[in-house]
Design a protein. Structure first.
Ligand code: GUN
Ligand code: ZN
Length: 451
């Protein structure tokens, strides 16, 4: 072996050209031009998967290394890849299950389907489908629930790693009120979660989330164990469900009679904090919102799920009150949610808020799907914007993807906010032309699929 064999491999360069859009901060409302940067003919220079430089094509073209082919998307809108902050990996065959509200839906469909993920081969095939579907929808990072089986999470992380994607995921902890084949114990849930943290947390791009399913399916001993895992592993996430459905809330009150409210159940076990993601948060009291705010916890808005399971209408304005703002994110919650598409999810978020007499501007929605969700995950320095140093996880959008979109776009005179609104109200996977992970093409709408 000569000395040159020991030198690091030269950086791998890639480059994309097209219209670039990235957010600087949460927009204050429609027309907030300072909240984002849009470069009509922009260039992204990428080295070893991270953005090295971003600017106009005219300014940067001389910096394109010799021999690097530029992926040019002359009609595309290039954004940071979408981020889904709450989704269930073992529910790809639960989505679109008829006629039940939360507790019946869990028993009748979800707890049946999730048992199949004990089989590593089923989990591996499921992981391939799941990640294909995320990428086809332009989603490049997700916070995902596994099943109770640690092997389901091993399968998911392994597939994400193979593709160069970064995931947050965790094995569901549930030691009661579920079929025997789907329960762990306080001890085994702790030990299995700990082993997964040691195996996967911060291995490359992967991150772990301690995942007690919700208060109904965990004993006090298990919630205690979840709190211990968080204390022993600073920086891991916590994800669970909170205040989604009225029967659920009444059951929690019965199971934890000494707790002040549902949020207090989690609070007592140290499960609130800036790395904690609480799915739904629909029927919260004033006191609960204050605790979520004080602790820096995140309320995760899952509009397609809340409509489909009939859970209720997220109150964004109440959660945003200036004297006790609760951090918020947006998510699909497949398979209670009905679409993998963050565009569809934003469209339904708009409608839920309309029902409350509230608004979600196109700028606010696109900020949430990218920078905002990255910030909610505590990952704003890694993903969510087109800035040097961030991973080049990207989505390329086409606002003329369908006849209806094209027809509508023909009535718009180049206004970015109107285009974004068309994308979130009429768009879905068909509006995603390409998805990139670490600057490499991971999905191409034009490429033939293998089915
Ligand atoms: N609450 C507890 N488990 C679940 C789940 O899988 N989906 C939803 N939407 N709510 C839950
Ligand atoms: Zn969920």
């Amino acid at each position: 072996m000569n000395a040159t064999d020991l030198s690091p491999a030269p950086p791998r360069f890639t480059a994309l050209r097209g219209r670039l859009l990235s957010f600087r901060r949460a927009p204050t409302g429609p027309g907030d031009a300072d909240s984002h940067v849009c470069i009509p003919d922009g260039l992204l220079l990428i080295a070893d998967g991270r953005i090295q430089a971003v600017g106009t094509y005219a300014d940067l073209k001389d910096q394109i290394p010799a021999g690097v082919a530029v992926d040019h998307h002359p009609d595309g809108l290039i954004l940071p890849g979408f981020i889904d902050t709450h989704i269930h990996f073992p529910q790809t065959q639960v989505i679109a299950s008829y006629g039940a509200q939360l507790l019946d839906w869990l028993e009748k469909y979800t707890f049946i389907e999730e048992q199949k993920y004990a089989d590593p081969a089923h989990a591996a095939a499921g992981a391939r489908f799941f990640l294909d579907e995320l990428l086809r929808n332009g989603t490049t990072t997700a916070a995902a629930y596994g099943s109770v089986h640690p092997q389901s999470v091993d399968a998911l992380f392994a597939e994400a790693e193979r593709r160069g994607a970064g995931l947050i995921a965790g094995k569901v902890m549930m030691d009661r009120h579920a079929p025997a084949a789907l329960t762990d114990s306080a001890e085994s849930g702790y030990a299995d979660s700990k082993a997964l943290i040691e195996r996967w947390h911060r291995r490359g791009r992967q991150r772990y989330a301690v995942t007690p399913r919700f208060a109904i399916t965990s004993t006090e001993a298990q919630l205690e164990a979840a709190g211990a895992l968080l204390r022993e592993h600073p920086g891991v996430h916590m994800q669970t469900h909170l205040s989604e459905n009225l029967d659920e809330i009444a059951t929690v009150r019965r199971l934890f009679p000494t707790a002040r409210d549902y949020t207090d159940v989690y609070d007592r076990f140290g499960l609130l904090g800036p790395t904690s993601l609480f799915g739904h948060c629909i029927h919260l009291s004033e006191e609960e919102m204050r605790r979520l705010s004080d602790s820096g916890s995140v309320a995760v808005f899952c509009p397609t799920s809340n409509l489909f399971i009939g859970s209720g209408l997220f109150d964004r304005a109440a959660l945003s009150r200036a004297d006790r703002p609760v951090r918020q994110s947006l998510a699909t919650d497949v398979g209670g949610g009905t679409s993998y598409s963050m565009l569809r999810t934003a469209g339904e978020a708009y409608k839920v808020l309309q029902m409350r007499g509230q608004n979600l501007s196109a700028l606010a929605a696109f900020d949430l799907m990218t920078r905002g969700n990255a910030a909610a995950l505590g990952m704003a320095d890694e993903i969510g914007t087109l800035e040097p140093g961030r991973w080049a996880d990207l989505v390329v959008l086409d606002a003329r993807a369908t006849p209806a979109m094209r027809h509508r776009m023909n009535a718009i005179d180049g206004d970015l906010e109107e285009e974004l609104f068309v994308l979130m109200i009429l768009g879905d996977d068909r509006a995603v032309t390409h998805t990139y992970l670490r600057g490499e093409k991971a999905y191409d709408r034009a490429a033939p699929t293998a089915e």
